[in-house]
Ligand binder design. Structure first.
Ligand SMILES: Cc1cc2nc3c(=O)[nH]c(=O)nc-3n(C[C@H](O)[C@H](O)[C@H](O)COP(=O)(O)OP(=O)(O)OC[C@H]3O[C@@H](n4cnc5c(N)ncnc54)[C@H](O)[C@@H]3O)c2cc1C
Length: 354
């Protein structure tokens, strides 16, 4: 149930298991699209920034899941492109995190930790930053993570769906789940029975499972075009004060995203113009050329955030009913490890190392 990046990755991975018969249902009339303002999903709005080594998590399950995700995309993007003939924009230039103070002690410590984990992080001083990316301003230093990535979430999810279809998975779009009794789903198109049910419905999860409280956290982002490109070669995702600048080619860039919480009652408020302007101001501060950028499109999506517990939720709700939801700000990054966990649960394999 649910075919955002999480459901699509699960379907694709399970399609590799012989003798499973898989059906995916989703309320949306078509596979995920970039512009669904009417009924926004998370995946259609995501920037696809994959923060592994550069995340502040020193160790533990969340870090392992992040690193697994990056390795998965390194391997699976070429596999999926060959299988489907589709192109999946995948930025392998790494992530550059700008610093605006001289205190780099936390980073020096993390660099040591990462070195022991065989992962590279570098500190760039202002001279290096200026010589590599002269279009940047204000930052006094930066942390460069060459092994982190960025992927186009919509192209990825569509390719996963296509790949799973080619391997025999049945997709039923335009099918809204209205209720559940055990493994039986009541949908807008009738009853659906299964031996195993996986619920990967993002913010839609709580509508079916009232015991699972997932709150929508709105994020706005924008695509802009410049008269000429910022640089003459591909460059990493540049991030400053939690604002990402993602180069998507043809002098076009994504900038985002806001983080807008719902009301106490969980009600989503309309996108906040002031918060969006603040994100743009921050981006222009570290990359002044963006002040002349032409807006191409703006959008928003709803991140599924588990209330009062860490993201994501991957667990058995009852026998043969699995939850794979609540990925909040990192669902693209964590979808591959989620799919590995679901696959292991269904096949009853021990996945202790993840
Ligand atoms: C602006 C923004 C930027 C982001 N940037 C990043 C990023 O850089 N990196 C990153 O890793 N993550 C990012 N995220 C987070 C990421 O988008 C989410 O964590 C991820 O997409 C969650 O995927 P999902 O498949 O669980 O949910 P969704 O994409 O929301 O998919 C859930 C699906 O379930 C379906 N559904 C729901 N209810 C029902 C029902 N009753 N019946 C049938 N179908 C149903 C919906 O139609 C939908 O297609 C960002 C999110 C936003 C909003």
């Amino acid at each position: 149930m649910g075919c955002g990046v999480v459901g699509a990755t699960i379907a694709y991975e399970l399609s590799k298991v012989p003798d499973l018969e898989i059906t995916v249902v989703d309320a949306q009339p078509t596979p995920v699209q970039a512009d669904l303002q009417e009924c926004p999903t998370a995946t259609g709005a995501a920037l696809g920034v994959l923060m592994g080594a550069i995340s502040k998590k020193e160790k533990g399950r969340n870090l392992r899941m992040r690193l697994f995700g990056i390795q998965y995309y390194n391997d699976v993007v070429p596999e999926l492109e060959a299988l489907t003939g589709r192109s999946i924009p995948f930025n392998r230039e790494g992530i550059l995190m700008l610093q605006f103070s001289d205190d780099l002690e936390v980073w020096k410590r993390l660099i040591e930790v990462r070195r022991k984990q065989d992962l590279t992080l570098e500190i760039w001083d202002q001279d290096r930053l200026q010589s590599e990316f002269p279009f940047l301003d204000r930052a006094t230093a930066a942390i460069y993570s060459p092994c982190d990535r960025q992927i186009n979430p919509v192209a990825l999810t569509q390719a996963l769906i296509e790949g799973a279809k080619l391997r025999g998975v049945n997709f039923q779009f335009g099918t809204k789940v209205l209720g559940r009794q055990g493994n039986q789903l009541q949908t807008s198109q009738g009853i659906l029975e299964s031996d195993y049910l996986v619920i990967s419905a993002g913010v839609g999860t709580s509508g079916i499972e009232t015991s699972i409280n997932i709150r929508p956290v709105l994020g706005q982002a924008i695509q802009v075009r410049l008269a000429k490109p910022l640089g003459d070669r591909p460059f990493p995702v540049i991030t400053g004060d939690d604002v990402h600048l993602v180069s998507i080619g043809n002098s076009e860039y994504w900038i985002g995203a806001t983080v807008e919480f719902p009301t106490e009652a969980g009600e989503v408020l309309p996108p906040d113009r002031a918060m969006f302007d603040q994100v743009m101001r921050q981006a222009i501060e570290f990359c002044p050329s963006l002040k002349d950028a032409e807006p191409i499109r703006t959008w928003f999506g709803l991140r599924p955030r588990p209330q009062g517990r860490p993201a994501p939720i991957i667990e058995e709700l009852e026998p043969n009913v699995l939850l794979a939801t609540g990925h909040y700000r990192n669902g693209v990054l964590l979808a591959p490890a989620t799919a590995a966990h679901v696959r292991a649960k269904i096949l009853q394999i021990d996945l202790a190392e993840l």
